[in-house]
Design a binder for this molecule. Sequence first.
Ligand code: NAD
Ligand code: MN
Length: 804
Amino acid sequence: MNVMELFETMEYGPAPEAATTVQAWLKEHERFGLFIENQWVEPASGQYMESMNPANGKALVQVASASSADVDAAVAAARKAFKTWSKTPDHVRARYMYALARQIQKHARFLSVLESLDNGKSIRETRDIDIPLVARHFYYHAGWAQLMGRELPGYEPVGVVGQIIPWNFPLLMLAWKIAPAIAMGNTVVLKPARYTPLTALKFAEIVQEAGLPEGVINIVTGEASQVGDALVKHPDVNKIAFTGSTEVGRSIRRSTAGSGKKLSLELGGKSPFIVFDDADLDSVVEGVVDAIWFNQGQVCCAGSRLLVQENVAERLLNKLRARMEKLRVGDPLDKGIDIGAIVSPSQLQEIERLVAQGEAEGAEKWQPSWACPSEGSFFPPTLFTNVSPASSIAQVEIFGPVLVAMTFRTPTEAVQLANNTRYGLAASIWSDNINLALDIAPKIQAGSVWINCTNVFDASSGFGGYRESGYGREGGKEGLYEYVHPGWEASQVSEKPQRSRPQSLAEDEEVANTSEEAELALPAIDRTPKLFIGGKQVRPDSGYSLSVKGVDGKPLGEVGEGNRKDIRNAVEAAHAASKWASATPHNRAQILYYIAENLAVREEEFARRIMQQMGRGRKEALQEVHATLSRLFSYAAWTDKFEGVIHRPPMRGVTLAMHEPIGVMGVVAPDEYPLLGFISLVAPAIAMGNTVVAIPSPMAPLSATDCYQIFETSDLPVGVVNIVTGEREGLAKVLAEHEDVDALWYFGSAGGAKMVEEGSASNMKRTWVNYGRQRDWLDPIQGEGEEFLRASVQVKNIWVPYGE
Ligand code: NAD
Ligand code: MN
């Protein structure tokens, strides 16, 4: 072919990146052991497994296949190292992390090639995206190590962290896990994915080069059923950080339930890519390429559902097909390649199966005219039209280069379609009307929203899911809290809350008053509090009441015995009150102040209730009421001050890290302080815009039911707080398993905590439990503050680029 002919066809020639250095390194190692205490050790079983190159199906090298005995050794090494690493000064940890970042940059080319070989992703992406983001993550977190003492006062590392990562961004996921963990003084045992262990093993060499203390970072390769399972169940692991499928995340939630292990889950997605008719369609086409053909579509936040406004759909789809025709699939090491290989033959089969299912369900498939390489695991970019929103290809994560397109007419319809999945990881919105885009962004259930851009990431901007895409954030300051806990927790006790003994009552004159009242000739008017649902006092569905006894064993009154049906009604009422989320913070604050004002008027009456139920003296009871008033003021104050932040990631633009309410929250109040405990949980939840279904302390529910009238007279909109009295554990279980409850806080027994965590796995709701341990609710450090506010919000990062 001469130059003229070449010019006319504009064909690319091959531009392969040399792999010789990496190949030599692989050969030199022959096989890799486990990385424990900065040493390479043989797996106890003596077994090895292959990692292969998906572009040609050939084995690259052997890596150790660990068993639970090896996991024990790695955890023991991490535990030993934790003793000193957790006490290592911030500046020293920062220096180590800076050294890691530098070493990664020095080995950037090597790591890019190795990642492409092992995973099949294109060298263009590993070189320009994966590896630079890895280095950035270590730099960014070196900074947090330096600042930990000043920026997170009172917080301590959680201990030994087990980290489990997927194969789609092997080294980047390692960085997302390891950097924040060691920055905060934890030590780690990391399990790379079965298909892609090699960059983690190169990273282990970097750890040695950077001279990190032994045992701070341990890397254990092996099968999920061996290593993954052993880590998740290990009694000496304090936290599990997992990225992978929702299915496995769910099983991890169940098997760690009640163990007290902290848990963060980054799971799957089926993210919408929304195109309005005023968007620049040529930019949109490039956006779609980055959304779904980046990393062969094996991206948890891939824009896999194209939602396009009907009047421009045909034009956009034609442009898209023309662009797809020009995409290049092939050798990942070729610098001119757009799409590399699918990670494994089994993953390829899964994509083929779902695509066949899509066709069988009646959707229309379109693929470019050219053929993929026949050797290795490749799949062409694929577009489905005529897709029904309920069909499996519109709902199931395909995790391959497959796009499904649907249309909408109005912005409202776009939002409905976008949210019509159980996931909530990401979304991208395309429009030249910034007002429209910024109006839509808060309405989409997703942790990351990209406006006129897609699949951009940065260490400063937390990443993570809403709904069944998991919980916890990686990156940003919010990501650090996944790896620390309040220092005072170490001194928490777990004993059954006690009421004071009756004899102490006798010393109290106020008690004499109540008996005086009882001596009056008239019988008291029966005032059995009902349930409080949708702003109304309603009779329990069961028609039964439970008697509430005072410390002396005499009945104080009765409360309704709520059941499953009452909880369902309360959840429905809480959903119907969702407008509360869009009330201005100023408005919400005003209502909290008003609640305090109305409670203050009746403080004597509330104090008496506490005395009767808990057998406390008047002074103590009044102290609880006063603390409650102060707490209400605190959250009224915070309502318009616990705000998001604006990040400046390395692009022209900003990300707006917004604090959004989680939705409908269940709140199960503690026994220790019947009024203060109840308000300490309900107040932050509603301050941040959530609506609540609360279950009061069964020992002393009357302090909560007395609040009905306070709420009714304080302009609190109907349904924002709903209260169901009854048997705590049974009601909590209904809340835990309820599909329309988005978060659940439980402050009861250790057994109840386990039940709540287990039950929550059904829809992956966020939980916060106390494992039967008590906090001192009177102490503002333990009983109020940012810990409560953070548990009341989810952070959404909205990316807003600047410029034309
Ligand atoms: P996977 O869930 O099968 O595996 C993820 C990791 O968990 C692997 O290391 C695997 O060995 C391990 N594992 C599997 N079963 C386990 C068990 N029972 N106990 C403990 N560990 C176990 O997922 P995958 O196929 O490797 O990755 C693809 C999935 O990951 C997709 O669903 C994708 O959306 C998700 N993902 C999410 C994010 C995110 O940040 N949200 C990022 C990348 C990938
Ligand atoms: Mn591989």
